[in-house]
Design a protein. Structure first.
Length: 382
């Protein structure tokens, strides 16, 4: 275990915390509030934000998609530059927050913003960013990562920079009350896979990281079982906090990480419009079975410590089946059934995109080649 860790995001967790942004954003800063399709105007969040910013000079940009596109976000960048915006406030879930991170970085860059995603421009400065979280899933509210889509070319790429880590995040579980069922379930699945990407790799001596990852996974299992009775403060608070802890950097410190499920899943989303969380559930079981021997020891550990399974010669296989059952308990499919075109052509297109994006050797051992990705897709696509 060798690492440097700093997470300076101030978390305001609990009811009625939105009012705290009045103090977190300096009064003299001109603020651009970024949000999505307008649901915040129906659930009272917009009004709370407006009240908190009553003594600030602020303007707004709406319309950020579920998979934020650079085409939309570049319009927000233009507003930020033209209006001399000095602070960004993202009000929404992971997509809005990811989009706001891009805007914060691109607003300080004179070139084409997509350079950030291509890696030809390294982000070293960005406008300060705050967050009001409305959908727990990605952990984007207190990490440095962002995933952005380019609709024109069906590309979905990732960038990361400490400069775009939010200065603060308001996490009020009450705002979850009006969320659609599909979004809640996607959040559970997304958080689950985030933990798995940092845990189901190879054995380490990192007792805290492994133990905490297992605690988060067991928490998500409980929350999934309690899903029919989810309309209570404790359920909402536990999901919001678990999703945050799944990807705030802590459980990944000094341990190998995978992220192949995400890399392949991103292509499903970009090419076929599959919800991000559901794309992960489609890819992960197939990937784990493809990489079973490399991941056997950690899957066996997961089987015992997370699922409570007895030791057996096929313990790893049973652990993968338990993961599938977890998804099925939430009515989330683990194979892709709806797509346009012949299966072989669909797979070939996804593999071509992986190759174009340099995803040639994925996983914690860089052992998932394009051939392995093709095999995974053969199993994942019905």
């Amino acid at each position: 275990m060798e690492f440097s860790y700093l997470n300076p995001t101030q978390i305001h967790f609990g009811k009625n915390q939105i009012q705290s942004i009045a103090q977190d954003i300096p009064r003299e800063k001109k603020v651009l509030v970024i949000y999505g399709g307008g649901s915040i105007k129906k659930n009272g969040v917009y009004q709370q934000v407006s009240t908190a910013l009553a003594n600030h000079h602020w303007l707004e940009f709406s319309g950020v998609e579920a998979n934020p596109t650079v085409e939309t976000l570049d319009r927000a960048v233009a507003v930020a530059k033209q209006q001399n915006v000095q602070y960004i406030l993202a009000v929404g879930g992971g997509s809005v927050i990811d989009g706001a991170k891009y805007v914060a970085a691109a607003a300080m860059y004179s070139g084409v913003g997509w350079d950030i995603l291509l890696g030809t421009h390294a982000v070293s400065q960005a406008l300060p960013l705050g967050v009001v979280l409305t959908l727990p899933a990605t952990g984007s509210e207190s990490n440095a990562g962002s995933v952005i889509t380019k609709a024109a070319s069906n590309q979905k790429l990732f960038f990361s920079s400490p400069a775009v880590r939010p200065k603060f995040a308001v996490m009020d579980p009450d705002v979850m009350k009006s969320l659609p069922e599909q979004q809640l379930i996607n959040g559970i699945v997304d958080a689950w896979v985030h933990v798995c990407e940092q845990y189901i790799t190879r054995p380490t001596a990192a007792l805290v990281q492994d133990g905490y990852a297992e605690t988060l996974l067991k928490s998500l299992i409980i929350l999934a079982k309690q899903y029919p009775d989810r309309d209570n403060d404790a359920w909402r608070a536990n999901l919001m906090w678990t999703a945050n802890q799944a990807l705030n950097g802590l459980i990944g410190l000094g341990v190998p990480q995978d992220w192949a499920t995400h890399m392949i899943g991103h292509e499903l989303t970009a090419l076929h419009g599959v919800d991000h969380g559901r794309s992960l559930a489609i890819i992960q079981p197939a990937l784990l079975r493809n990489q079973l021997e490399a991941k056997r020891e950690k899957l066996e550990q997961m089987g015992i410590n997370v699922f409570g399974l007895p030791k057996s010669v096929d313990l790893a296989e049973k652990a993968v089946s338990e993961i599938e059952s977890f998804y099925h308990s939430l009515n989330v499919a683990t194979t892709l059934n709806q797509y346009q075109g012949e299966k072989s052509a669909v797979i070939a297109t996804i593999v071509e995109q992986l190759q174009a994006h340099g995803r040639l050797e994925l996983g914690e051992n860089q052992a998932i080649t394009l051939l392995h990705s093709q095999q995974i897709l053969e199993r994942a696509i019905a």
